[in-house]
Design a protein around this ligand. Structure first.
Ligand code: C2E
Ligand code: MG
Ligand code: MG
Ligand code: MG
Length: 291
């Protein structure tokens, strides 16, 4: 092993590994300043009510406009932000910005009563004061509480289910909506889920990708939909990319969908025209009313 090999121990730290560790440190330092340098931005992806064909909400998804690397997607920095705790500052910025933007759209008449879904990280859920931050974001922005939905992943709930239960209870008392994100991937116990004050489950896109052809995925999706309804919750499918998937979900009684089939996440300035186009498409798809 390394210790007995004298100078050869160095071989474990190849130049590539060194460069990698260095690059990571640089990225971390950059991320530390990203909020104050206004390098973060939110993109918005519509969610469709399958019964009415209308957009019922948008999910706010963070992006990092890095001066050198360009647009960085969350999977490339949220995990690091989680580890370092930087996600707390980022999460607070996201919460405030999403509420501010959507309250502004409501005032401008872009979409009456539009709801915004914000992703909450495991760290934010663990730390005391999430309810205070949410209350603050609502009062600063003037956004009505039922127009804010918080998406919590199944796995972050399961890190400490009892704590999660009490945090979600206090959030629920503020009047915001609560949903479980990436459902089906986190090995949660239904016994816990049942006790949480939830409004909806989001079926993870790994299951949606398999329908309608993969019979296992189709069975899982159908089971989740039936179970969710029995628990009195609404259910949304994420990652819907094809018309076949949409039709299957409608047949199985799914309430809402989100995915590239409908729209990719777009920067804030592109959302109002996108909503306009989706409204026209929904009107065109409806059977003609009385002449
Ligand atoms: P998520 O919350 O499950 O968000 C959905 C992700 O799926 C988004 O990726 C979205 O762009 C992508 N997506 C939507 N429709 C489709 C589709 O039809 N096909 C495929 N292949 N992908 C689709 P994105 O924006 O890269 O975000 C990735 C993850 O990063 C999110 O997954 C969420 O866990 C996390 N994230 C994003 N924004 C935030 C944030 O503000 N705070 C925290 N804590 N996490 C965030
Ligand atoms: Mg989400
Ligand atoms: Mg998700
Ligand atoms: Mg997901």
């Amino acid at each position: 092993e390394a210790k007995g090999e004298g100078r050869n121990a160095y071989r474990f730290f190849s130049p590539e590994m060194n460069a990698q560790a260095h690059g990571r440190l640089r990225l971390e330092n950059d991320l530390r300043r990203a909020v104050e340098r206004h390098e973060l931005e939110l993109h918005y992806q519509p969610q469709l009510d399958l019964a009415t064909g209308e957009v019922c909400a948008v999910e706010a998804l963070v992006r990092w406009r890095h001066p050198v690397r360009g647009l960085v997607l969350p999977n490339a920095f949220i995990p690091m932000a989680e580890e370092t705790g930087l996600v707390l500052g980022i999460g607070e910025w996201v919460l405030n910005e999403a509420c501010r933007q959507v309250a502004q759209w409501q005032r401008e008449g872009v979409a009456d009563g539009l709801r915004v879904a914000v992703n909450i990280s495991a760290r934010q859920l663990q730390r005391a004061g999430l309810d205070t931050a949410v209350r603050r974001a609502l009062s600063l922005s003037g956004l009505p509480a039922p127009c804010l939905e918080l998406e919590i992943t199944e796995s972050s709930v399961m890190l400490d289910p009892l704590h999660a239960q009490s945090v979600l209870q206090s959030l629920r008392e503020l009047g915001v909506l609560l949903s479980i994100d990436d459902f089906g991937t986190g090995y949660s116990s239904l016994a816990y889920l049942k006790r949480l004050p939830l409004d909806r489950l989001k079926i993870d896109r790994s299951f949606i990708g398999g329908i309608p052809t993969d019979s296992d995925d189709a069975a899982i999706v159908e089971t989740i939909i039936v179970m969710t309804h029995k628990l009195g919750l609404r259910v949304i499918a994420e990652g819907v990319e094809t018309l076949e998937q949409r039709l299957q979900l409608v047949n199985q009684g799914c309430d809402e969908m989100q995915g590239f089939l409908l729209a990719h996440p777009v920067p804030a300035e592109e959302l109002p025209p996108l909503l306009e186009r989706l409204k026209e498409a929904a009107a065109a798809a409806r059977p003609a009313g009385p002449a």
